[in-house]
Design a protein around this ligand. Structure first.
Ligand code: MV4
Length: 449
């Protein structure tokens, strides 16, 4: 096992990893930017090292600074958390060439799954259902028109280097397909340095269901069941839960088994998520793999009883998975809401500033994963998420009641937050009845623009 790990991240996930390491008896090195200097959570580390200015491009995203800190800190491994460098192949490669373990998948698996067209090829070979669409990249306008007319409109144009909704275009006829194709390719070239695009049938109002998996270095892969992450706006998840409500047990088992087949045939290791969309008739389709630990991992931890961060560290150190699939339960219902410092009156833009008053709810089945405290200053340089409130109860109904109570109990003054929006969502019939899809927040609760 590793004796000393560097945490290449900030905020709540840095604290989550520092806590896991402390429990495992692993020493930690934290890194911080000028904006995070003196932050409370850094005291949980054995050592902390400044890696640059507030702007992430010069600190949390700057590989040479992180590697320098790892050398100075004398660590054997780096945990990247999520965001920043978590899915950066080059970073993983540099870590390992410096003889520092990157706590995540191999470079080969990352690059194969990071390219959506290649990921779809692997999924197809593993008999994982795909949305009908182009066989690989579309090379010409004529080819795109031919495919669209075969599968029927509407279609969705996606960037092979994309993900998380970046550079997608819906086309409902030949004319919008032609313009969308050019726009998507240009956007993809600019954003990812890769203009490659492909086409899929556009599934209207889908649910977003994703499967948590973890794989060891000895060929064993297990899933930790699924999460429903349909409650989102503009590709920002707001609420995630496990198990997914109203998903027939047979469908659920098929989705989870599909995810394991895909991960096995990609030779993927460590923790990851296989993302699917599910249509009204419960047909499910593979969308992409997220090659990292995700924000919403706690709901899977609660229903299974497994500490995913600890397990990531164990498998990265070469330990075999300690359970078989049949020993991984899914008990009760867990729901997470993201507390963001954002201003609903100003287009939900980040709302940096000082937290002048904070009272965090507690009680049976309540978990709050956050690095913030009363007096904490939310810097303007990073994303707006300041914490995650997660509840765990025997039933979904009880979890919703608990979540409502917690949000009523929450006191957070000084900055505007997502709490009022979350309360509204919890009172929506579509949510209470588990009939959410990826469009319901935008359709019913906030303007679409
Ligand atoms: C889709 C889709 C409908 N049809 N693909 C958006 C992010 C990326 N991960 C995949 N996404 C979608 N792909 C087809 N063929 C709808 C979405 C989608 C979505 C998916 C998951 C969660 C939220 C979403 C919000 C809007 C669109």
């Amino acid at each position: 096992m590793f004796q000393r790990i560097l945490v290449a991240n900030r905020g709540e996930i840095a604290l989550r990893i520092l806590r896991a390491c402390r429990e495992m008896g692993i020493e930690t090195v934290a890194v911080f930017s000028e904006a995070d200097r003196g932050a409370d959570y850094l005291r949980m580390a054995d050592e902390s090292i400044c890696i640059g200015p507030a702007q992430a491009a010069g600190s949390y995203l700057l590989i040479k600074n992180i590697i320098s800190a790892a050398e100075i800190g004398n660590v054997q491994a780096i945990h990247p958390g999520y965001g920043f460098l978590a899915e950066n192949e080059h970073f993983a490669e540099v870590c390992r060439s410096c003889n520092i373990e990157f706590i995540g998948p191999s470079v080969d698996a990352m690059s194969k799954l990071g390219d959506k067209v290649t990921a779809k090829e692997i999924a197809k070979a593993a008999k994982v259902p795909l949305v009908p669409g182009s066989d690989g990249l579309v090379a010409t306008e004529a080819e795109a028109l031919q495919i669209a007319n075969r599968i029927g409109y509407p279609v969705l144009i996606k960037a092979t280097a994309g993900g998380g909704g970046k550079g997608m275009r819906v086309a409902r006829n030949d004319i919008s397909l032609k313009t969308g194709l050019k726009q998507a390719a240009m956007e993809a070239e600019k954003a990812f340095n890769n203009a490659g695009v492909y086409i899929e049938k556009y599934v209207e109002n889908p649910r977003h269901v994703e499967v948590q998996i973890i794989a060891d270095l000895h060929g064993e892969v297990v899933h930790l069941w699924e999460r429903d992450c349909s409650t989102q706006r503009r590709h920002q998840k707001l609420i995630e839960e496990s198990p997914a409500p109203n998903l027939p047990q047979a469908v659920r088992e098929e989705i989870c088994k599909s995810a394991v087949r895909l991960v096995k045939s990609a030779g993927y290791t460590n923790a990851g998520t296989v993302e699917f969309i599910v249509d009204k008739d419960h047909n499910f389709y593979f969308i992409e793999v997220n090659a990292r630990i995700q924000v919403e991992h706690p709901v899977s931890e609660l229903v299974t009883g497994i500490d995913l961060i600890q397990q990531q560290i164990r498998v990265a150190a070469g330990e075999p998975l300690p359970w078989k699939q049949r020993n991984i339960p899914c008990n009760g219902a867990a729901i997470e809401v993201r507390i963001n410092a954002e201003d609903p009156e100003n287009d939900f833009r980040g709302c940096p500033g000082r937290i002048t008053k904070l009272r965090v709810p507690g009680g049976h089945g309540v978990r709050f994963d956050s690095h913030v405290h009363e007096g904490y200053f939310i810097p303007p340089y990073y994303d707006s998420m300041i914490g995650k409130l997660i509840v765990y109860k025997p039933t979904r109904e009880e979890a919703i009641a608990c979540l409502k109570r917690c949000l009523d109990e929450f006191v957070l003054e000084g900055v505007k937050t997502s709490i009022p929006l979350l309360k509204k969502i919890l009172n929506q019939a579509a949510f209470v009845e588990g009939r959410m899809d990826t469009t319901f927040v935008e359709q019913h609760l906030v303007s679409k623009t």
